[in-house]
Ligand binder design. Structure first.
Ligand SMILES: C[C@@]1(CC(=O)O)C2=NC(=C\c3[nH]c(c(CCC(=O)O)c3CC(=O)O)Cc3[nH]c(c(CC(=O)O)c3CCC(=O)O)/C=C3\N/C(=C\2)[C@@H](CCC(=O)O)[C@]3(C)CC(=O)O)/[C@H]1CCC(=O)O
Ligand SMILES: NC(=O)c1ccc[n+]([C@@H]2O[C@H](COP(=O)([O-])OP(=O)(O)OC[C@H]3O[C@@H](n4cnc5c(N)ncnc54)[C@H](O)[C@@H]3O)[C@@H](O)[C@H]2O)c1
Length: 196
């Protein structure tokens, strides 16, 4: 089975995280970046989560997960340290046809989360299809040292160019040549003198 990679728009969508520990925090932070409406259900919360909830759209419900809690959410992440609870969230998700990520079981997950290098609107996403999250993180760290803020700036310029050239009567080929020249001139895709 090969995963189908997508970019989800979760802005103002109800997203649930079950569990209030370290892994939950990481997943909540990525929901915050996506400007989701976040609910977290857990009998206890790490200090960082409590701080985050005070300034972001994060609702904390201090109790154990109950069967059916996933109803009404767009996506849910089961991030508890209790395998049975994570399994219950997964089976609830299946029942209600939802997207569910289970942090300790990729086979019960309808999606898994990649490692990300984010430079503004430029997102480089790395996944090992669940085989080695550590390897994902280490590849991310290597890419972070290559893809600096200049790439974000170039992307903004390319976007401006696309808007500028829209409906100006250029053919697709002409527009592609202009964009390519722009990118080549920046030198940002040259590695050891060769263009990649
Ligand atoms: C990318 C990242 C995104 C994120 O979590 O936001 C992410 N894991 C990260 C880090 C990380 N996770 C783990 C370690 C310890 C070293 C190691 O085990 O390798 C490290 C390294 C670290 O902490 O630095 C342990 C671990 N992870 C999973 C299991 C369960 C299992 O494999 O069954 C266990 C064992 C738990 C245990 O033993 O108890 C499962 C998953 N972790 C995934 C994502 C999905 C597959 C991603 C892919 O395809 O590569 C998947 C399948 C589900 C999911 O979570 O979506 C994030 C990088 C953040 C960054 O970029 O810095
Ligand atoms: N996917 C990943 O990237 C990754 C990385 C490391 C660990 N893990 C897995 O994630 C699990 C969680 O790790 P952690 O470091 O966040 O653990 P943690 O101990 O910091 O947090 C566990 C949380 O689950 C909550 N919880 C327990 N029972 C609950 C219930 N019935 N309902 C709701 N919440 C409940 C606890 O209150 C606590 O907040 C680990 O068991 C491990 O298997 C996954």
């Amino acid at each position: 089975m090969a995963y189908y990679p997508i970019m989800l728009n979760i802005k103002n969508k109800k997203c649930l995280v079950v569990g209030g520990g370290k892994v939950a925090l990481r997943k909540i932070l990525s929901f915050v970046e996506g400007e989701a409406l976040i609910t977290v259900i857990s009998p206890s919360f790490d200090e960082e989560i409590i701080k985050l909830a005070a300034k972001e759209k994060v609702e904390l419900i201090r109790r154990e997960y109950q069967q059916g809690d996933v109803r009404g959410f767009f996506v849910a992440i089961a991030a508890t340290d209790d395998e049975k609870v994570n399994k219950l969230v997964a089976s609830d998700g299946e029942k209600y046809n939802m997207l569910v990520n289970v942090v300790d079981d990729k086979d019960l997950s309808s999606f898994i989360v990649p490692s990300i290098v984010r430079r503004g609107d430029l997102i480089i996403s790395i996944s090992t299809s669940g085989k080695s999250p550590l390897f994902s993180r280490m590849i991310k760290e290597k890419l972070e040292s290559i893809f600096n803020a200049d790439y974000e700036k170039l992307l903004q310029k390319l976007y401006q160019k696309r808007i500028e050239l829209k409906d100006k009567g250029f053919t697709e080929e002409e527009k592609m040549a202009i964009y390519k020249e722009f990118i080549e001139k920046s030198g940002l895709l040259e590695i050891n003198g060769d263009e990649c």
